[in-house]
Design a binder for this molecule. Structure first.
Ligand code: IPD
Ligand code: CA
Ligand code: CA
Length: 274
């Protein structure tokens, strides 16, 4: 049975939607307090150019507790603490701080990212940027908002009509990224990388960036933003295929005009549903 035809499930979704917004803003306030005294935080490396701080772990722990108090049977998948019942009907997919390298080095592009997946379909996306005090939120069929103002994707027709967000990591080789940059620049495209993929996908939903490409993202980086983009009138590649929840996938998002152009540059196929 689809979620929209099941009143009970819709009520349950609304409760989770409210909780996701409340938890994201509260978690963001905790993270912001830690950001302001970041010199005192213990920072470790998980891999090449891949950091984690005390703040990431504490904030994820806080979000897990809040979700567990209200929805003890829901699954949870977080970047730092891993997965717990990720085969449950509802699974919370959380990056407590996306943009950790920016966070620990005193730059402002980081955010809290919370998605909820219902039976394999991402249905809620919430991204909170505490520095700008912007709360972006969307739920399936309900539109996308910054606080209570509706947001829409960019209206440009061509890649050269706006700036493209990009990201990459050492989870993939340089060949998955460098040729793409050359290809879009030959087409008049220009790129921005601010260090937080979740925030840049959200900027696509808000019409600030014309699109976003990254050759591999984990579900906790991408899913909240993908719900926002879809609800703001944009399209994305089928991120959930091949167990994207657990293994991640490439991410390509844009409006309907620009998506096929970007897909050609990235060597990817048609748009799908996150
Ligand atoms: C990273 C950021 C970065 C993206 C990477 C992510 P983290 O997440 O979103 O922009 O390019 O793929 O892993 O480590 O800052 O949470
Ligand atoms: Ca991340
Ligand atoms: Ca993170």
């Amino acid at each position: 049975m689809s979620l929209r035809s099941d009143t009970n499930a819709t009520d349950n979704l609304n409760e989770r939607y409210r909780l996701a917004q409340s938890v994201a803003t509260d978690a963001g306030a905790i993270a912001l307090e830690m950001f302001r005294r970041r010199e005192q935080l213990v920072v470790e490396y998980k891999g090449l150019q891949d950091m984690v701080s005390e703040a990431d772990r504490n904030v994820e722990g806080y979000i897990r507790r809040r979700v567990g108090e209200s929805f003890p049977d829901d699954g949870f998948l977080g970047e730092e603490g891993g997965s717990d019942r990720d085969d449950a009907a509802f699974v919370w997919v959380v990056d407590p701080i996306d943009g950790t390298a920016c966070f620990v080095n005193g730059m402002f592009s980081w955010c809290v990212s919370i998605a909820v997946v219902h039976r394999g379909e991402p249905v809620i996306g919430v991204v909170y940027d505490p520095n700008a005090d912007e709360l972006f939120h969307a739920r399936s069929g309900g539109g996308a908002y910054c606080w209570n103002k509706p947001i829409r994707v960019h209206t440009g027709c061509l890649l050269k009509d706006g700036a493209l967000g990009v990201g990459t990591s050492f989870r993939v080789g340089t060949e998955a990224f460098v040729p793409f940059i050359e290809s879009i620049m030959r087409d008049g495209g220009m790129f921005i990388r601010n260090g937080s993929g979740a925030l840049m996908i959200t900027y696509v939903a808000a019409g600030r960036l014309i699109g976003y490409f990254e050759p591999h993202m984990n579900s906790w980086d991408a899913l909240a933003g993908l719900v926002l983009v879809r609800e703001a009138g944009g399209v994305c590649n089928p991120f959930m295929e091949n167990d994207g929840l657990r293994h991640g996938n490439p991410v390509l998002v844009a409006n309907r005009n620009v998506y096929p152009q970007l897909a050609r540059h990235a060597g990817m196929r048609e748009a799908g549903s996150a």
